[in-house]
Design a protein around this ligand. Structure first.
Ligand SMILES: Nc1ncnc2c1ncn2[C@@H]1O[C@H](COP(=O)(O)OP(=O)(O)OP(=O)(O)O)[C@@H](O)[C@H]1O
Length: 249
């Protein structure tokens, strides 16, 4: 019988590797072991170009790993751990799409909103794909992220910060088990950045796991996030490894 710690585990990675490009112009990222459980809040930190976005894109199932001894995701507490590595291996695009839609909320670094849909429709999209419509939650997220007045505008008609906050709302609107946010506070005003972090904290307290990347180590540490380092490795080619870091003093 699995223990309660195992049942709370929402994401599990072991022996993961991905290479981008080749030779001196290439890059390799390795993740020996990484897990996220319900309630976890983790910040990936590291220098620019160290591989934070690549790591998040792999976990979001947007980028295929070259090798993964385990890449497991759970759609929610009580559900089974699904082997995404096996889905990649057998080219099961429908299975991967269902796992992305049901388990993951992803904020890409450049927001990734569809330009021909209003902010409201962009946010509703994750609810539709997951089969969890909830117009009240769209309104509540928009109000909290201060984009309520912009919901019926297109992404091209709002500021970069408003687009980024809409991307955060879209990633949370379907109540995913795992939230992956690539620098979600990079383009927003400092007071709104704190509110984004509070919203992600509340999301974790409601039973999700939250992993974000950031260059703002002081804000992440002050918000009580655990730190995961994307650490450049010495060697013949540019490479990084993901390792837990001690809590910042
Ligand atoms: N297609 C590619 N071919 C070769 N190298 C690539 C490719 N795409 C990205 N890279 C390299 O992979 C490394 C990791 O990039 P990534 O965007 O994941 O870093 P990051 O830590 O998120 O950076 P930043 O903090 O600046 O956003 C970089 O050194 C980048 O130059």
């Amino acid at each position: 019988m699995p223990g309660s710690e195992e049942l709370a585990r929402l994401l599990e990675v072991r022996g993961l590797e991905r290479r981008l490009g080749s030779g001196a112009g290439g890059f390799r990222i390795t993740v020996p072991e990484f897990t996220l459980s319900a309630g976890d809040r983790v910040a990936v930190v590291g220098p620019s170009g160290a591989g934070k976005s690549t790591f998040l894109a792999i976990l979001a199932l947007a980028l295929r790993p070259d090798r993964a001894a385990a890449l497991l995701l759970r759609r929610g507490l009580g559900g089974p751990l699904v082997d995404a590595g096996r889905l990649w291996g057998r080219g099961d695009e429908a299975g991967l799409a269902a796992l992305r839609a049901g388990a993951i909320g992803y904020v890409p670094q450049t927001a990734g909103l569809l330009p021909f849909l209003t902010l409201r429709r962009n946010i509703q999209l994750t609810q539709e794909l997951a089969g969890r419509p909830d117009p009240g939650l769209v309104e509540a997220l928009a109000a909290r992220l201060e984009i309520g007045g912009a919901l019926d505008r297109l992404p091209g008609q709002v500021s970069v910060g408003q687009r980024q906050r809409a991307a955060v709302a879209r990633a949370l609107a379907h109540r995913p088990a795992v939230v992956l946010a690539d620098e979600p506070t990079a383009s927003v005003h400092p007071s709104q950045a704190d509110e984004v972090l509070r919203l992600l904290r509340d999301t974790a307290e409601a039973g999700a796991a939250v992993l974000l990347s950031t260059h703002d180590l002081p804000r992440a540490a002050a918000a009580g996030l655990a730190l995961l380092g994307c650490v450049p490795e010495e060697g013949t080619e540019p490479a990084s490894v993901l390792r837990p870091l001690p809590a910042a003093a």
